[in-house]
Design a protein around this ligand. Structure first.
Ligand code: KIV
Length: 306
């Protein structure tokens, strides 16, 4: 059953100038992921500024072991559902692994597909290096790009696993150079993932564009968390940077368990959950069922096809 939007306060749509304004005013930018219609509705009603259809969908929604496996077709399907649930937040489409690294042409085509087919307004891609060139090409094609540095899950294997980045001078310099390069080609914001707070703060001071942190401390212009992690839908061990605001998985298991028990104990359905019929209609229907001819009728009366 589809729930209709309820009690949503009309907000002005969040656009890129508004994000720049928020950073300038020191007003924290709130970003959260969403992967379907209900999670988009929740993000909308809770007042998020930016909603990212993240490739973390691979893990938290589709059950893959990492983000590498998710395809463009899957991201498009999820993004279309998110679009139907969003009004005010800026919608970011995450470019899945394999959709942009090889050439600028591929990057532009993939970004255009995400925008045209999902209705996202901007895209995000991971890492510095060649991604800087890809970001430049996409921006020149008219699509705004959000960068993503630090722990970039699509290259987790190359980074030695899901590890904090920027802990040594050399790696902090690399991070800073990547962020500056992404800014210089026109990225409107940059995600910093799993970076020591002091390093993120120092780099953020050198940047004009807003930084959005996930495990990067309090000094970034905004914060992002994965919807399923913050609500406790994800089970098992979570990264240090996640704060759980609810235990939705526990609530869901509890609800379904009570349903299972009530069906088995015949406490569900209750009178409130059943449809009635006029007694006269029921009596006549019973007389129809009681006919001799009906009870003696052959179940199958057919000729085999030639
Ligand atoms: O895919 C994602 O959810 C992300 C966030 C963790 C920033 O990239």
């Amino acid at each position: 059953m589809r729930s209709e939007p309820t009690g949503v306060e009309e907000r002005s749509p969040v656009n890129l100038p508004r994000l720049a304004e928020m950073k300038a005013a020191g007003e924290p930018i709130v970003m959260v992921t969403a992967y379907d219609y209900p999670s988009a509705r929740v993000a909308e009603e809770a007042g998020a500024d930016i909603v990212l259809v993240g490739d973390t969908a691979a893990m938290v929604v589709l059950g893959y072991p990492g983000t590498e496996a998710v395809s463009m077709d899957e991201m498009v399907m999820l993004g279309r559902a998110v679009r139907r649930g969003l009004r005010a937040p800026l919608m970011v489409g995450d470019m899945p692994m394999g959709s942009y690294e090889a050439t600028n042409e591929l990057a532009v085509q993939s970004a255009q597909r995400l925008v045209k087919e999902t209705g996202c307004q901007v895209v995000k891609l991971e890492a510095g290096g060649t991604s800087v060139e890809r970001a430049r090409a996409i921006i020149r094609a008219g699509i705004p790009v959000m960068g993503h540095v630090g722990l970039t899950p699509q290259s987790a294997t190359a980074l030695g696993g899901y590890k904090t980045q920027g802990k040594t001078v050399q790696s902090a310099i690399q991070l800073c150079e990547d962020a500056l390069a992404l800014q210089s080609v026109g990225c409107f914001a940059i995600v910093f993932e799993a970076v020591p707070a002091a390093i993120a703060e120092a780099i953020a001071e050198k940047l004009e564009v807003p930084t959005i942190g996930i495990g990067a401390g309090p000094a970034t212009a905004g914060q992002v968390l994965v919807f399923h992690d913050l609500l406790g839908i994800t089970t098992g061990r979570l990264p240090k940077f996640v704060k759980r605001y609810a235990d939705v998985h526990g609530e869901m298991v509890d609800g379904v368990r009570r349903y299972v028990e009530e069906v088995r104990s015949r406490h569900f359905p209750e009178p409130d959950h059943v449809y009635g019929v006029e007694p006269a209609e029921l009596d006549e229907f019973r007389r129809y069922l009681d006919q001799e001819s009906l009870s003696s009728a052959k179940a199958w009366d057919w000729e085999p096809l030639p």
